[in-house]
Every structure is written in structure tokens, then in C-alpha cells.
Ligand binder design. Structure first.
Ligand code: PHE
Length: 341
């Protein structure tokens, strides 16, 4: 009996030496000190021993119990330290590892172009003015010399709404009238950026929604020379000093005379290619001197005031600058395209 108790103590202590987790400690305690352990059963059985053995066995069993309990307390300290060390190792931050890149958002390519256009015109004294996207037939057409059924309306395919006379603007030019009516009789130098809508088949060159930047200058003694100077300066700032600029006769109902402005094709250097449709030139904007009737519609006396206006498409500008061959890329939200700007 006494030998057995000694053996039991030894086995338990060896087993304890191998425990290295808190969970292991709990298991060890149940096994060696728990209710069903050999030691507890032995202690309980002391009363049934012959009277002369009882004190010796009882004393030794008690001593073994105390020894195991002390050993457990000590082991607990050792195991806790071990666990802490393990945790510290597992959670350690290696400051020499390369960081994870944060992916930055950016402005849409057309917005970037708009900002570039604002900058250039700001340097020439033009302020940004915003006009509405939902317009009336009167502002979008009539006040710009296009009465109902006038054939010039065929230049624009229009989204009419179910409310009579209300439509999505087909160009930013109605903003000319709104600006004039607000500022008359002050002189004006503004650009009007914003979305326009046309009821069109979507193709590589046409979207149903696109941007325009309108420009308007009204004052005394403004001439065609001012129009040419401002637009040539703008084209060279935007596309580069070595670009050639040419003015071609054109027609718009609300300007007289009207022009279209081309730059020589940067892609083929004027030789002729697909982008310039083998002409060596690409159109960048429409413009003209504000028609006297339009000045009158805006509140200005055409005997005293003159002005010029122009309109351009920032998508076209971006396409030319970045050699993009399909306008649909801009609004199809494909990050592989957008992330390149
Ligand atoms: N509004 C015209 C268009 O959409 C462009 C333009 C603007 C022409 C101003 C002349 C003057 O095509």
C-alpha cells in the first residue's frame, strides 16, 4: 500500500512535468487529484484498513496529496509564462515586412479633363456657371433661333418628357440665355459645363449622355478676333504649343458667323489616319459670334453689345489626348479602363 502511494506520486509528478498548457493542467488535476483519482479513493478507503495500518497510510496519503497540490501550483506558474511567451510570438509584428498598398480613389477621366479646361479658361478670366439639365423647349430651341418645326432642330435628337415643352437639354447652349438674363446689362465671361442628353443609337462616337463645356463672352467691342485668339490660345494650352489650329466655316442657328475649330491630328501628324478620317485634322469645337437675335433674347442691345460663344465635348477632348477609340468606355464603369487615368 505504501509502495503504491509512492509510485502514484512519482507517476503523477512525471506527467505534470510534461504538461505545457493550461488545459493540460486542468486535465492533470482531474486525473490525479479529482474525485475519481486513485489518491482520493485511497484516502477514502483508509477507514476500512486494519486499525494499526490506518495512521501510517493516512499520513502518507495526505503527504502525497499536499506534495501534488504544491507541484500543481508551481507548474501553473511555469505554464502561464510559457503561454504568454507563445502568445507574444504569435502576435509579434514584423515591422520590416512591406506594407499593404492602399488603393487610392481618383477622379473620373472626364472630370480630370473638365478641371484642366476650367484652369485654362480661369487664366483668361472666365468663371464657371452652372445651368439646369432639364430645360424647356423655349430655352433649348426657340430662344436660340429654332422655332417649333424649324429644320435646324434635326441637328439634335431629343429626349422629350411626358410634360409638354419639357426636355433633357441637347446641348449646354440654353445656358447662354440663362446667363445673359441673369447678368444683363453686365459684361459676361463664363464657361458652362454639364451633362447633355441626346436620343441616339449608342456607338463608338455617340452616347445618349455626355458632357459639354459651353463658353460665352458678351461685351462692347468683342470681335471675331477675340474669338479666334481665345480659342487658339485654349487649343494650344490644352493640346500643346506645336499644334496647328484652323477655323472652318460652319452653321449654327444661334451664332453668325459660325465656325468649327480643328487641330492638326496629333496621332498621324497630319499625314492622315483613322482618327482624323484621313483629313489630317480633327474637330474640337463649334463656335461663332452670338446671333443678334440671341443677344436680344438675353436682354442685350445688339447695337451696343457683341459676343462670342463656343461649345466642346470633354469626352472628345479626352479621347484625342489619350487615344481612346470608343466613347462607351467612359460610362461603363470598368475599372480596368478607369484605373489607367
Ligand atoms: N451647341 C452646339 C452643339 O451642341 C455647339 C455650339 C455652342 C456652337 C456654342 C456654337 C456656339 O453642337
Amino acid at each position: 500500500m505504501l509502495d503504491e502511494l509512492k509510485k502514484l506520486e512519482k507517476t503523477a509528478l512525471v506527467a505534470l512535468g510534461q504538461v505545457d498548457t493550461v488545459a493540460g493542467l486542468d486535465a492533470w488535476r482531474t486525473e490525479h487529484l479529482g474525485k475519481k483519482s486513485l489518491l482520493t479513493t485511497t484516502l477514502r478507503g483508509v477507514g476500512k484498513l486494519p486499525p494499526e495500518e490506518r495512521p501510517v497510510v493516512g499520513k502518507l496519503a495526505q503527504e502525497v496529496k499536499t506534495a501534488l497540490e504544491d507541484a500543481l501550483t508551481e507548474a501553473r506558474e511555469r505554464v502561464l509564462a510559457l503561454e504568454q511567451e507563445r502568445a507574444a510570438k504569435a502576435e509579434r509584428v514584423d515591422v520590416t515586412l512591406p506594407g499593404r498598398p492602399v488603393s487610392l480613389g481618383r477622379l473620373h477621366p472626364v472630370t480630370q479633363t473638365l478641371h484642366r479646361i476650367y484652369d485654362i479658361f480661369a487664366q483668361m478670366g472666365f468663371q464657371v456657371y452652372r445651368a439646369r439639365e432639364v430645360e424647356t423647349d423655349e430655352y433649348n430651341f426657340q430662344l436660340l433661333n429654332m422655332p417649333p418645326d424649324h429644320p435646324a432642330r434635326d441637328m439634335w435628337s431629343t429626349f422629350f418628357t411626358t410634360r409638354d415643352g419639357i426636355l433633357l437639354r441637347t446641348h449646354t447652349s440654353p445656358g447662354q440665355i440663362r446667363t445673359m438674363r441673369e447678368y444683363c446689362p453686365e459684361p459676361i465671361r463664363v464657361i458652362l459645363p454639364g451633362r447633355c442628353y441626346r436620343y441616339e443609337d449608342v456607338t463608338a462616337r455617340h452616347e445618349t449622355m455626355f458632357y459639354q463645356v459651353e463658353g460665352l463672352a458678351v461685351g462692347r467691342d468683342i470681335t471675331m478676333a477675340d474669338l479666334k485668339g481665345v480659342l487658339a490660345a485654349f487649343a494650344k494650352r490644352l493640346y500643346g504649343d506645336d499644334r496647328q489650329v484652323r477655323f472652318r466655316c460652319s452653321y449654327f442657328p444661334f451664332t453668325e458667323p459660325s465656325v468649327e475649330v480643328d487641330i492638326d491630328c496629333a496621332i498621324c501628324g497630319g499625314e492622315g489616319c483613322r482618327v482624323c478620317k484621313h483629313t489630317g485634322w480633327v474637330e474640337i469645337l463649334g463656335a461663332g459670334m452670338v446671333h443678334p437675335q440671341v443677344l436680344r433674347n438675353g436682354g442685350y442691345d445688339p447695337e451696343q453689345f457683341t459676343g462670342f460663344a463656343f461649345g466642346m465635348g470633354p469626352e472628345r477632348v479626352t479621347m484625342l489626348k489619350s487615344e481612346i477609340d470608343d466613347i462607351r468606355y467612359f460610362y461603363s464603369n470598368d475599372l480596368r479602363f478607369l484605373a489607367q487615368f
